[in-house]
Design a protein around this ligand. Structure first.
Ligand SMILES: Cc1cc2nc3c(=O)[nH]c(=O)nc-3n(C[C@H](O)[C@H](O)[C@H](O)COP(=O)(O)OP(=O)(O)OC[C@H]3O[C@@H](n4cnc5c(N)ncnc54)[C@H](O)[C@@H]3O)c2cc1C
Ligand code: SF4
Ligand code: SF4
Ligand code: SF4
Length: 366
């Protein structure tokens, strides 16, 4: 991995949290070249295998799907022949990933810039600016005509809806966490303990502890951070959860705790994610906009993420960006790639609603 490069990541809140931990604990994890964090809004994520099973049961050919969209509490499929199919969110339970039920971040609270659809009209993206770095990028992307953006007034109906949806997710999932804790399944990242204790416990932990505390508890989000930071290549993650099956005879390096520090589901200190964010529906921010691309038609919502990535590359603010493309043999199966090719960035616009070890897999192959 080339640490002289600067990279922008696009990811779900759990992937943004993993990135934050890797960079924050760079002494323990080795760090990463990720410099700009563009987070997506996220209510839940789906298993590709079970999504395909569901589609087969409904006799829908995945090759014929032009777009997936979650809208007005419905899971909608738009087919190439113009037909639309809708399912209730209850019907998605069979392919929704259970670990999302203990996630308390909706709007990627730890990103530089967050983007989602809720809060804006069709064809626009809601854009939340959180850091000075994010503010500079957005100001210049607007003045250089990559995107058009209008501030969302603080008393608007749209912002109230966004806050309500984010509050519902946080409250509901905090309840789920309590239920898990009651049945003796610890959710480590919600434990209130001191930095000293976090360091002590983490410094006693290696892959076996990650396995016991996170993987066996069904808390893994499949982000791939553990695989990425492992200096011994002990951890492997394919479509299933991380494991050391191929490397059972390899021992962890003495003094290495990188995977445990990097994992977004192990302990979280106040300086990485303050607990007070649990009661701030969309996190702390500087500005919030409804925005639209001026340079591309293709996009899940306003094409804002694609335009920002193109801006970052063309203005050489970063050297490469992560994108999530489709596997050429499996329609809608996400594959992460690191690229500086604008055509690939444009091609990868649109949401693939399934889990993959997105960013970190691509970094590992760099
Ligand atoms: C799993 C998931 C759940 C989401 N849930 C919600 C929600 O509940 N409410 C809401 O308002 N918005 C949600 N979003 C965000 C929304 O779908 C759009 O991604 C966002 O509004 C940006 O739209 P855009 O047109 O600006 O992006 P585009 O210009 O279309 O760019 C989309 C970018 O996302 C990347 N991408 C695609 N799939 C993934 C993936 N699986 N993981 C990481 N990156 C990916 C692409 O590489 C591309 O760069 C979700 C996104 C994902 C990936
Ligand atoms: S854990 Fe699930 S709901 Fe939470 S950010 Fe990750 S994919 Fe989204
Ligand atoms: S060597 Fe062991 S402790 Fe270190 S990252 Fe790899 S699996 Fe984890
Ligand atoms: S165990 Fe590995 S893949 Fe799973 S959440 Fe933790 S770091 Fe991510």
């Amino acid at each position: 991995m080339d640490f002289t490069k600067k990279i922008a990541i696009v990811g779900t809140p759990c992937q943004i949290l993993a990135t934050t931990k890797i960079n924050n604990y760079n002494k323990e994890t080795g760090g990463s070249p990720i410099d700009v964090k563009i987070g997506l809004f996220c209510m839940e994520n789906f298993s590709y295998t079970y999504l395909r099973k569901f589609l087969e049961e409904k006799e829908i050919d995945i090759n014929e799907i032009a777009e997936f969209r979650i809208e007005n509490n419905l899971f909608k499929l738009f087919l190439n022949n113009g037909q639309e199919k809708s399912f209730t969110l209850e019907e998605t339970e069979s392919f929704k990933r259970n670990n999302c039920e203990i996630c308390v971040d909706f709007a990627s609270d730890l990103s530089d810039i967050s983007v989602g659809s809720v809060g804006s009209p069709k064809g626009y993206s809601t854009l939340i600016v959180r850091t000075e770095k994010g503010q500079n990028i957005i100001n210049k992307a607007i003045s250089n005509d990559y995107i058009s953006a209008e501030k969302i007034p603080s008393d608007s109906k749209e912002l109230a809806i966004l806050n309500k949806i984010a509050t519902n997710k946080k409250e509901e999932n905090l309840k789920n966490i309590k239920t898990r804790e009651n049945s003796a399944h610890p959710v480590l990242y919600k434990r209130k303990i001191s930095n000293t204790e976090i360091a002590k416990l983490s410094n006693e932990s290696q892959f076996d502890n990650l396995n016991k505390d996170i993987l066996s508890e069904g808390a893994c989000v499949l982000c791939g951070a553990c695989e990425f930071v492992c200096p011994e290549n002990i951890i492997k993650i394919g479509q299933r959860k991380p494991n050391n099956l191929e490397n059972k005879n390899k021992h962890c390096l003495e003094g290495c705790h990188a995977c445990y520090y990097a994992c977004p589901r192990t302990f979280l200190s106040e300086d990485i994610r303050p607990q007070e964010l649990d009661s701030k529906p969309i996190g702390d921010y500087l500005d919030i906009y409804s925005a639209k691309s001026n340079i591309t038609e293709k996009g899940q919502d306003g094409g804002v993420v694609t335009s920002l990535l193109l801006y970052l590359l063309e203005e050489k603010i970063v050297d490469e960006v992560f994108i999530v493309d489709e596997d050429k043999n499996n329609p809608w199966k996400p594959v992460s790639k690191l690229t500086n090719n604008p055509e690939l960035v444009k091609k990868s616009a649109g949401t693939k609603y399934s889990t993959i070890p997105i960013a970190f897999k691509a970094l590992q192959n760099d």
